[in-house]
Design a protein around this ligand. Structure first.
Ligand code: NDP
Ligand code: HSE
Length: 442
């Protein structure tokens, strides 16, 4: 049987997971692929570092270049993270025409176009299934399974750490900081957890999915991002009473074409990441803890849902192994670009600025409990042509300052933001307004 040698860089959460999974299921993979995948070496930063799964010392090296340059290494995995040394590692392997498998969404978000171009230039391939949603095969599905579809809408819970935090806050009333520490100890969170809780990791992932779905490379700076630090238990409770659950959502929505499109018009797509109130009856509302889910609506297939563990050593290792298998098969059959990493095909496409995106809103104000307050707020919204759907002043709040919840009809983000700035300046409004968008999946 043909043998393919794997050189690994990184033997931490994901890397040791891959090592362990190959020990466990390597023979099964060999019988399925007709190729034996053999781990040649694993480069790490410190040999005595504790790892989720042990990697025998005889495999370890501190010199990643010795892994990439070894002529007996056929495929390289980059499971290090970050955008600096990882970029150097990936480029070094691609220049030697070695296929690279990475789980590094931050790297792809920042340097994807350059790395894909390098893979093409050197006649090799770059695989990245593990970069989005851990064990869920969403990259393969978008590239291959949905190749005959236009993707109308895609909604994703794509960050396990944030979903874990929001779920625990909701179900147990847990405090944000305590739950974040747990997510870190379980290996879900990024080395810098701000990447998770401030929405940047979701930005990286949703940018990759949007690019694959719409055929133009979505730049991270064009994606509107809000994280979950400002979400409070109070908002979770109010949302729950109104029939909603709060989730950090990545949203990719194709806008309807203008009535009289010009030749120069390309597709316009909303690509954003923000916490949203979603109906508690929607299937995404029941996605809890570290689980991820992606809801994809195609023009041929209709609605589909992908669900699974979005982070952690084993789930992510599963995705890495699927890429390693594809790379090994490509080597075996000499088909390096059978499925290219990314094919730009909608060169006029663009991302819609958030101010032009319309949504519904939940707004919580802290106001003085006095007649006439509502009239002042309503007149600002009315002047901006923004309609109020409902107003609730929850009972049982004593004292001068009370919460006021407004549910707002569809309105563009730009006018809504300006109206809220005016409302915040009213003397009867005693704290910065809380605004969370509402997604109804229509
Ligand atoms: P870890 O921090 O657990 O592991 C990083 C590994 O890289 C460690 O083994 C470390 O060595 C090694 N390393 C760091 N610098 C060097 C270097 N200069 N040379 C050689 N090795 C080096 O990270 P994760 O495994 O969690 O993440 C790896 C990648 O996978 C990241 O891009 C992450 O975003 C992505 N990812 C992570 C998921 C998860 O659930 N954790 C899920 C999906 C993707 P040492 O062990 O000695 O410290
Ligand atoms: N930190 C990421 C998450 C890891 O929590 O989803 C998986 O990409």
């Amino acid at each position: 049987m043909q043998q393919v040698n794997l050189g690994m860089i990184g033997g931490g959460t994901v890397g040791s997971g891959v090592f362990h999974a190959l020990q466990m299921n390597g023979s099964l993979m060999a019988s399925r692929l007709g190729i034996r995948i053999h781990i040649a070496k694993v480069a790490v930063k410190a040999c005595d570092e504790p790892r989720p799964y042990e990697i025998p010392r005889s495999f370890l090296t501190l010199d990643w270049r010795s892994v990439v340059n070894d002529p007996n290494v056929h495929i390289v995995t980059e499971l290090v993270g970050g955008t600096t040394i990882a970029r150097t590692m990936v480029l070094a392997a691609l220049r030697l025409r070695k296929p690279v498998v990475t789980a590094n969404k931050a790297l792809l978000s920042a340097h994807g176009e350059e790395l894909f171009a390098a893979a093409k230039q050197h006649g090799t391939n770059l695989y990245y299934e593990a970069s989005v949603c851990g064990g869920i095969p969403i990259i393969k599905s978008l590239r291959e399974g949905f190749v005959g579809n236009r993707i109308r809408q895609l909604y994703g819970i794509v960050n396990g750490t944030c979903n874990y935090i929001l779920s625990r806050m909701k179900s147990e009333g847990a405090e944000f900081a305590d739950v974040l520490a747990e997510a870190q100890s379980q290996g879900y969170a990024e080395a810098d957890p701000s990447l998770d809780v401030d929405g940047w990791d979701s930005q990286h992932k949703i940018g990759i999915l949007a690019s694959l779905a719409h055929g133009f490379w979505v730049k991270p700076q064009d994606i509107y991002v809000e994280g979950i630090r400002h979400i409070t238990r109070a908002d979770m409770e109010f949302a729950g009473k109104l029939g909603y659950t709060i989730k950090l959502l990545g949203i990719v929505k194709k806008m309807a074409a203008p009535a009289k499109p010009r030749k120069t018009d390309g597709s316009r797509v909303q690509v954003s990441v923000y916490p949203a109130l979603i109906p508690s009856a929607h299937v995404l509302a029941s996605v809890s803890h570290v689980f991820n889910a992606v809801f994809v609506r195609g023009d041929v297939v209709g609605d589909t849902l992908f669900y699974g563990r979005g982070a952690g050593k084993d789930a992510t290792a599963s995705a890495v192994l699927s890429d390693v298998a594809d790379a090994a098969l490509d080597l075996k059959f000499g088909t390096h670009h059978r499925v290219p990493p990314f094919v730009p095909h909608e060169l006029k496409g663009s991302v819609l600025p958030i101010d032009e995106v319309s949504s519904r809103y939940y707004v919580r104000l802290s106001v003085v409990d006095r007649p006439g307050v509502m009239a002042k707020i309503a007149s600002i919204l009315g002047a901006a042509r923004i309609g109020i759907m409902s107003i609730i002043q929850p009972e049982g709040h004593e004292g001068e300052i009370v919460p006021l919840i407004l549910m707002i009809h569809d309105a563009p983000n730009g006018p809504m933001r300006k109206a809220l700035e005016k409302i915040a300046r009213l003397s009867v409004v005693k704290a910065p307004p809380v605004m969370i968008r509402v997604e109804t999946f229509e």
